[in-house]
Design a protein around this ligand. Structure first.
Ligand code: XMP
Length: 525
């Protein structure tokens, strides 16, 4: 079960530099399925995927760099429509016999492009002057034979070209970024007019395809899923439940490090909405016992990971035993692996090598499960859409990313029942106010961190206090690899601060983390 989807994809050839995933998302936003492949992939292998079209991404390199990735001209001769962007554009020029020069005219950032033909395939229906986002040192000085130049900028005499006959297109800029004001229309013009594709793909298509695939793969076997309460495992479980119903058993290890209301949501609302078989293991005391006296973040992660495996293994053995009795072994384990993990571990096929960091404890080794990863073709926002379609409650579908070790790594100091209770209340207030202010869409996640090891002087009523600070860490991000701190309006911050200091007795100071990532990580530990 390592394939992504059967749908013929628009393949985005990844020249590195993190643009490729964004391009694939933009194509999917245009309702056309898309996947990323590394540029080293042989052309024959790419064509074997029967791509609906090919997009060559930007990259960090100059085509003059010694190790600059080259484009095999065979890819341009296969009759598949191709669209090159930035580095991809220049690599097309090289492969087709045009000229890329070190003109000394570099362009970085926003530039005005002049469209030479407003009825062309790419620019149909668009204004003559448009802002585009550039990032190039070399420029194309001469378009390859047969290419019509359809846009220019001051630093790029050939900023776009088109050849409707061979269905080859390119722009020097980055249409995938928001700063290119007509970026999405340019991309959609390529997909619909250039490549002739019909925009009929939505993430919901995954449901029928995966349900059929899971049924076929699993047969009569039984399936296990470790439910964390997060979006990914919940939606994966709901999808597998739709496919094989009673054959699925979900195990929810309550390690006591969840936020207010989350364990209940899993145990009641999720079960009610999806009808999954759920085994809840209340292991709060065990985790707290093991964490007693521990303040080192890595140590905490190790303990939580280790205990999680132990508890899950035991629960799994109970279920496996049950399975054996009935003659249908438990062979399968559901994982909520997403597409970015698949891409980062090397492409669309082969077992996903999920970052251990993002996975509580990894898999129990001796249980020898085979993986079912029904979400491995999807980005996070698409998983949410599928979750909604499957009837997973909004409170779970809209949940912010939450680390496996939970509140354990948001308490700077010892993880005790008291500290957890303090943090839970502060966190619930922050979430409530951010939601009430309509900011959930702008915020990727907002950890609230309790500085349990720190005390500061305050005054409340008639007396001095000696309480703990909490830190608000609202961040905006597309993928958590990089992030910026969210500019939450002052009045919302003020309400959160007032409520936390009024309602959570032990907290007498609320601070705001204004660090981007890098250099700061999102979590404090
Ligand atoms: P950082 O703190 O590395 O976080 O900027 C990036 C994203 O990963 C989440 N995160 C974790 N998730 N186990 C997890 O399952 C962990 O140990 C862990 N540490 C960080 C974090 O919440 C953010 O979304």
């Amino acid at each position: 079960m390592t394939e992504t989807l059967k749908t013929a994809p628009v393949l985005v050839v990844d020249y590195g530099a993190q643009y490729a995933q964004l391009i694939a998302r933009r194509v999917r936003e245009a309702n056309i399925y898309s996947e990323v492949v590394p540029y080293e992939t042989p052309v024959a292998e790419m064509l074997a995927r029967k791509p609906a079209a090919i997009i060559l991404s930007g990259g960090p390199s100059s085509v003059y760099a010694e190790d600059a990735p080259e484009l095999d001209p065979a890819l341009l001769e296969a009759g598949v429509p191709v669209f090159g962007m930035c580095y991809g554009f220049q690599s097309m020029v090289r492969a087709l016999g045009g000229t890329v020069e070190r003109t000394g005219l570099r362009e970085y950032g926003s530039t005005q492009a002049r469209i030479a033909d407003r009825e062309s395939t790419l620019f149909n229906g668009q204004p003559e002057a448009q802002s585009v986002w550039m990032s190039h040192g070399d420029s194309v000085s001469e378009a390859p034979a047969g290419m019509r130049v359809t846009a220019t900028t001051s630093g790029a005499p050939v900023a776009a070209f088109e050849d409707d006959e061979r269905r080859l297109y390119g722009v020097q800029w980055h249409p995938e970024v928001m700063h290119s004001t007509f970026g999405q229309p340019v991309l959609e013009n390529f997909l619909r007019r250039g490549a002739g594709l019909t925009p009929d793909w939505t993430p919901d298509n995954v449901i029928d395809e995966q349900v059929a695939l899971i049924r076929e793969t699993v047969g009569e076997d039984r399936v296990l899923c470790a439910l964390s309460g997060g979006v990914d495992s919940s939606v994966a479980a709901a999808l597998v439940q739709r496919a094989v119903g009673e054959q699925l058993t979900c195990v929810f290890v309550d390690h006591g490090l969840l936020r207010e209301g989350e364990a209940e949501q899993v145990q009641r609302e999720f079960v009610a909405a999806t009808g999954v078989n759920l085994v809840v293991v209340d292991a709060q005391d065990r985790f707290l016992g093991e964490l007693a006296g521990v303040t080192d973040p890595e140590q905490k992660r190790k303990i939580i990971g280790r205990e999680f495996i132990r508890v899950f293994e035991q629960a799994a053995r109970d279920v496996v035993g049950d399975g054996d009795d009935r003659g249908h072994p438990v062979k399968w384990l559901v994982q909520g692996t997403l597409y970015p993990d698949v891409v980062e571990s090397g492409g669309g096929s082969g077992a996903a090598n999920i970052k251990s960091h993002h996975n509580v404890g990894g898999l129990p080794e001796d249980l020898q499960f085979k993986l079912i990863e029904p979400l491995r073709a999807l980005f996070k926002d698409e998983v949410r859409q599928v979750g909604r379609e499957l009837g997973v409650p909004d409170a779970i579908v809209d949940r912010q990313p939450f680390p496996g070790p939970g509140l354990g790594i948001r308490i700077i100091g010892e993880v005790t029942e008291d500290n957890l209770a303090i943090l839970r209340r502060a966190d619930a207030i922050a979430r409530e106010e951010l939601t009430a202010a309509g900011l959930d869409k702008d915020i990727w996640q907002c950890p609230v961190v309790l500085l349990a090891d720190v005390r500061s002087v305050g005054v409340q009523g008639d007396g001095r206090t000696y309480g703990h600070p909490v830190v608000l860490r609202p961040v905006s991000s597309e993928d958590a690899m990089t992030a910026d701190w969210t500019r939450v309006p002052y009045d919302v911050l003020s309400r959160i601060s007032t409520r936390i200091t009024n309602e959570v007795e032990e907290v007498n100071r609320v601070t705001l983390d204004v660090t981007s990532k890098p250099p700061g990580t999102i979590e404090w530990e």
